[in-house]
Design a protein around this ligand. Structure first.
Ligand SMILES: [Mn+2]
Length: 315
């Protein structure tokens, strides 16, 4: 059981569904799903929504509040956000619930109700269980968005486990249409994204260390998609950085299933960067991100060296 009687009560208050910066499909869909069972709930994205996240919201005609309120009378539910920085600013509220599946959760104030299921491959799967424990019903819209979240968060089921398929099956029993979801998400990418991916490949540098390939690149945006494509090209570790004018920078990293199955873990690499350069990091062994300040190129280099160090310790 994820919920006890007192945590169930928190869902009866007015809900603000807070999704992380540059919200992905998992975050947006988890919020939409909760809104199908709590119609008065407000969805709030304090710092933008990703292009696929937007697609899901537009398709379902969902209104998203693009700025977080200073205060919230009721319950704030932070979704898919392992620490408060990922969805800042968090409104002042008496009750905060965090629902997340990332490896490590930290930084939430005392008294926060934390529902942490790192073995789940998406936040969406936790939402299925919560709706069930609350005795509510998953309708077709809810099932479809949650299936979209699972589909994207597992990299089209590449990172799926046993439970992922059970969850997907529950959703299909409740009206989810796999082909509808796939058609919506796999439709053509915007030109700007395609150009960014090509530039990421054009500027890519790579090294071989033993049987492993580490690739790095710098882009202006779409870091995570760029990193993913570098893995498709053949890299085992992809590190992509971008810097903003104000000195902030972001790293997105991906690792191949092959190297992850040998014990390689990107979250460890990025935690090391936090030790050296502060900032915040989060994610999973095969996909993780870092936000901080400084020179993107220098921080990529540190991540690369750290990766080489860890590779030499692999079996
Ligand atoms: Mn997620």
């Amino acid at each position: 059981m994820l919920l006890n009687d007192s945590s169930k009560k928190l869902f009866e208050k007015k809900l603000l569904l807070l999704i992380h910066h540059h919200a992905d499909v998992d975050a947006v869909a988890s919020a939409i799903a909760l809104q199908t069972v709590f119609e008065d709930a407000i969805i709030c994205a304090p710092d933008k929504v990703s292009s696929h996240g937007q697609k899901i919201a537009e398709f379902n005609k969902i209104d998203i509040l693009m700025e977080s309120p200073k205060k919230w009378e009721g319950t704030v539910i932070a979704l898919d956000s392992p620490n408060p920085e990922h969805c800042s600013p968090v409104p002042k509220a008496q009750n905060i619930i965090v629902i997340d599946h990332h490896t490590k959760i930290e930084g939430w104030p005392e008294g926060t109700e934390i529902i942490h299921q790192p073995n789940k491959t998406s936040t969406a799967e936790i939402i299925i269980q919560i709706i069930d424990e609350l005795g509510l019903t998953i309708n077709k819209k809810c099932a479809n968005v949650l299936l979209a979240a699972i589909y994207t968060d597992t990299g089209q089921f590449r990172h799926a486990n046993n439970e992922t398929f059970s969850s997907a099956s529950i959703l299909c029993d409740n009206g989810a249409e796999p082909q509808e979801v796939i058609n919506l998400l796999d439709s053509e990418r915007p030109l700007i994204q395609k150009i960014t991916f090509l530039k990421a490949a054009q500027n890519m540098k790579w090294i071989q260390h033993g049987k492993w390939i580490i690739a790095t690149s710098i882009v202006g945006s779409f870091e995570s998609g760029s990193a993913r494509h570098m893995i498709v090209l053949g890299a085992d570790i992809a590190i992509v950085g971008s810097s903003k004018k104000n000195g902030e920078m972001r790293l997105s990293t991906r690792a191949s299933n092959r190297i992850v199955s040998k014990g390689f873990n990107l979250t460890k690499i990025l935690e090391k960067i936090c030790e050296i350069n502060e900032g915040s990091s989060g994610g999973h062994p095969g996909a993780a991100g870092y936000n901080g300040t400084g020179d993107a190129e220098a921080i990529i280099e540190i991540a690369k060296q750290e990766s080489i160090d860890k590779i030499t310790q692999l079996s």
